[in-house]
Design a protein. Structure first.
Length: 290
């Protein structure tokens, strides 16, 4: 369990901002920090990682104090059992994929975890390649695998997929979710992508100017209608066609084209190119603009 109370004066493009947040996470949670740029999301990740010190407050993980301003306790980053994945891959260009992963092994750690991660992340065929021979998605898989080599309990993700195209982004989301579940991680993600948040997160904290405005499930926050959990997907409207008294909306969800039947009231505020949530309500498909 993570219990954090973080207080720090920050400077954004708008000037001085006081970050004051308190939150807790149960082991195994997947939390997203959501809000406009400059709200303090990345600063929270950096404080959890020990890369930025709060001016006041504390961080406790499973009863162990990582940081406490009152007692001047401050566990260094290398002693905090976590992995951090940035937008920048930060791979060693002179090392192969296998060497990049092995470099992350702790002293005396069994190297079998490297073999396991090569298979999980589908990197086995690239073991002997250097980063300059890899695509962006492949580099990000290597970076994710390397973050997992020390077998962290907490995984911090700072918009790691923002530079990737839609199809690759979706695949990397699947890899992250598999790692989250397989290694029983507690994961904190910074993301602005609504589809990504809905797909991956259990809970989200909505931040604005250094404060938590709301704690919510993604479905509750992004939807003002009650929908069931039978299915929920996000996609983009490619076409809206009228057929007699109904409308057929073609939505691209990942690589699949899904057609949803709607009436005039459903499509009134929709247009081609809109991002939408396709879900079930009383077992009937419904569509809602995001």
């Amino acid at each position: 369990m993570i219990v954090a109370a973080l207080h720090k004066k920050l400077w954004s493009s708008e000037g001085e901002m006081n970050l004051e947040v308190e939150f807790s996470l149960e082991k195994g949670d997947f939390l997203t920090l959501y809000g406009p740029s400059g709200a303090g999301k990345t600063s929270i990740l950096r404080m959890l990682a020990g890369l930025l010190n709060p001016e006041a407050g504390s961080i406790k993980v499973d009863g162990k104090t990582w940081f406490d301003a009152n007692t001047k306790t401050n566990l260094p980053p290398q002693k905090r059992k976590l992995g951090f994945l940035f937008q920048d891959y930060a791979l060693f260009p002179n090392m192969t994929v296998g060497q990049n992963l092995c470099f992350a092994l702790s002293k005396g750690q069994n190297a079998q975890i490297v073999e396991e991660l090569l298979d999980i992340m589908e990197l086995r065929a690239m073991t002997d390649r250097k980063p300059d021979l890899l695509s962006g998605g492949q580099k990000q898989r290597v970076a994710l695998a390397r973050a997992l080599v020390p077998q962290p309990e907490i995984l911090l993700l700072d918009e790691p997929l923002s530079a990737l195209d839609g199809e690759m982004r979706s695949r990397l989301q699947d890899f992250i979710l598999e790692a989250h579940q397989r290694f029983n991680l507690t994961t904190v993600l910074v993301s602005h992508d609504v589809g990504e948040i809905l797909k991956m997160s259990d809970t989200m904290l909505v931040l604005y100017e250094g404060k938590i405005l709301k704690r919510s499930t993604p479905a509750d926050f992004f939807s003002n209608k009650a929908v069931s959990g039978k299915f929920q997907f996000t996609g983009e409207i490619l076409d809206i066609t009228q057929q007699d008294f109904i409308f057929v909306i073609s939505v691209l969800i990942g690589k699949n084209l899904v057609k949803v039947v709607a009436d005039e009231s459903d499509i009134r505020n929709l247009k081609i190119g809109d991002k939408v949530l396709v879900a079930s309500k009383a077992f009937n498909p419904m569509i809602q603009k995001l």
